[in-house]
Ligand binder design. Structure first.
Ligand SMILES: Nc1ncnc2c1ncn2[C@@H]1O[C@H](COP(=O)(O)OP(=O)(O)OP(=O)(O)O)[C@@H](O)[C@H]1O
Length: 214
């Protein structure tokens, strides 16, 4: 007797339909459509000012949505906020490096051990910086604190990552390490929507916002 094999469809982590990218009164893009499956790494592209950051901020709940439908894992909301890593940082200068990282992880319900913090900081090349005030770091080092959380976040904790220019201000070695992390997260069933003005070799799909400009 022959056996029938059925292939489960890959679930969509994020689906956008008829989405308007909007800042204040001004619609920047209309009718944006996206289907981002588990395992998907989507490179969000478009000229300066097209609305890439605006779209990520809307999805992160930081800017209002006036028109459009969004589904997360076929529901209206994710179990947790999407992870949003912004190039406008969000690191508190009065906290130490470890305190800032701990705060960022607490946002996703993670209460990291000291060993977790050490491992994540070591991964981004900040071993030994735990007790240093974040105000004493360079732009690239500060950027690394914002990225260190990705070391500890799995698709089960946070299935969707929204990354705004994740490779900016990073050296070549750190870019390679980040790319490997993004790939591992996607292979484990996560989904990523990311902007990058550099080539994004890790991406397996592209959303060009220029095609939707008003
Ligand atoms: N803080 C702000 N307040 C009001 N309008 C803004 C603000 N930031 C950006 N804008 C407007 O929104 C538009 C889209 O900006 P956004 O940052 O989303 O573009 P982007 O595609 O990410 O650009 P870039 O490639 O330069 O990062 C800009 O053209 C600008 O007019």
């Amino acid at each position: 007797m022959s056996q029938m094999t059925t292939t489960e469809p890959t679930p969509l982590v994020l689906a956008l339909q008829a989405w308007t990218v909007q800042r204040g009164e001004a619609a920047l893009c209309e009718g944006v459509t996206l289907q981002l499956p588990a395992g998907g790494i989507c490179h969000l592209i478009g000229a300066n000012g097209t609305g890439k950051t605006t779209l990520l901020m809307q999805l992160a709940g930081l800017l209002p949505v006036l028109t459009g439908e969004v589904r997360y894992l076929d529901a209206e909301t994710l179990p947790v906020q999407p992870v949003y890593v912004s190039h406008q940082l969000g690191i508190h200068p009065n906290l130490t490096v470890a305190q800032n990282l701990r705060f960022l992880l607490n946002l996703y319900g993670i209460n990291p051990s000291d060993e977790d913090i050490d491992a994540a900081l070591s991964w981004v090349g900040l071993a030994g910086f735990e007790r240093i005030s974040s105000s004493h770091l360079s732009a690239g080092q500060t950027r690394r604190i914002t990225l260190a959380r990705l070391y500890l976040l799995t698709p089960k904790i946070a299935p969707l990552w929204l990354l705004d220019e994740p490779f900016t201000a990073l050296d070549v070695e750190m870019v390679a390490r980040m790319e490997a992390r993004l790939q591992a997260f996607a292979q484990a069933g996560g989904a990523i929507l990311m902007t990058s003005h550099q080539q994004a070799m890790v991406a397996n799909q592209t959303l060009d916002l220029s095609a939707y400009m008003v």
